[in-house]
Design a protein around this ligand. Structure first.
Ligand code: SF4
Length: 250
């Protein structure tokens, strides 16, 4: 299992251990019999902790199974994806408490989701594929408005919007540029893609991947050589590789 995936799963195992200690402590207190009044409340807490521990075992166990198994399982993939989303806020909270770099945890989440995506890849028609890029990829000095309608790009090559238009022409896939979540949701509603290649920073990708449940999303983190949200870049070879996989069925 690659390093980044381990960060998210490792924190989940940490949560499992804490829950175990809580459940054992509460069981000990109940066993001592000095808490008649709170007995039932404590029992509920013990069972709650045990339930969450069971979910973590399922999520981590299923991920390890998928990593080492060659058999794709749609059911297991969606189970893991849902459990990751359920535990996401807890994992982020733990990361904050222990002063871990949130970006690294987000990268770990995206890597696990991409891994699950690759394990259940299907063949798609070009018109069912949407490449969704953030507005900050456009050259800041460009006077043409490519948001929503990428065909307004004049192909000067000063930014990678030019490469995205190339992909649109070469493969026939949809390409859209969105300024934020609201426009991204509108694009998805209008185009109705069956699969999305989303380009964004870690924070926007994790929130988008959690929001879009019914459509598989492959996340590509953008590069920020000029700082966040300004003249960002993306590894276009990763986009092209993913388009080919989707059009060929893996
Ligand atoms: S490639 Fe297109 S979007 Fe980028 S700067 Fe040139 S005209 Fe503007």
């Amino acid at each position: 299992m690659k390093g980044k995936k381990r960060i998210f799963l490792g924190i989940m195992i940490g949560v499992f251990s804490v829950l175990g200690v809580i459940a054992l402590s509460l069981a000990y207190i109940i066993g001592k019999g000095r808490v008649e009044f709170y007995r039932y409340l404590l029992l509920v807490l013990v069972f709650g902790a045990l339930f969450l521990m069971a979910l973590i075992v399922i999520a981590v166990g299923a991920t390890i199974y998928i990593v080492f198994s060659n058999k794709p399982s749609k059911f297991l993939n969606s189970l893991i994806a849902n459990l990751l989303d359920i535990f996401y806020p807890v994992v982020i909270l733990i990361a904050r408490i222990f002063n871990l770099k949130i970006e690294r945890v987000e990268q770990s989440y995206i890597e696990i989701k991409n891994f699950l995506f690759n394990k259940s890849i299907k063949k798609y028609n070009p018109q069912d594929v949407l490449i969704l890029a953030p507005h900050c990829i456009q050259y800041s000095g460009c006077k043409f408005k490519v948001t929503y309608n990428i065909d307004n790009c004049k192909r000067c090559g000063k930014c990678q919007i030019n490469d995205l238009v190339n992909f649109k022409e070469k493969y026939g896939v949809n390409v859209a540029v969105a300024t934020g979540g609201t426009l991204a949701r509108k694009v998805i509603k209008d185009i109705k893609p069956k699969v999305i290649i989303a380009i964004a920073c870690e924070r926007d990708l994790t929130s988008g991947m959690q929001e879009v449940k019914k459509i598989p999303v492959y996340g590509i983190i953008n590069e920020r050589p000029n700082g966040p949200c300004f003249n960002t870049r993306v590894d276009v070879s990763k986009i092209e590789e993913t388009i080919k996989k989707l059009l060929n069925g893996g």
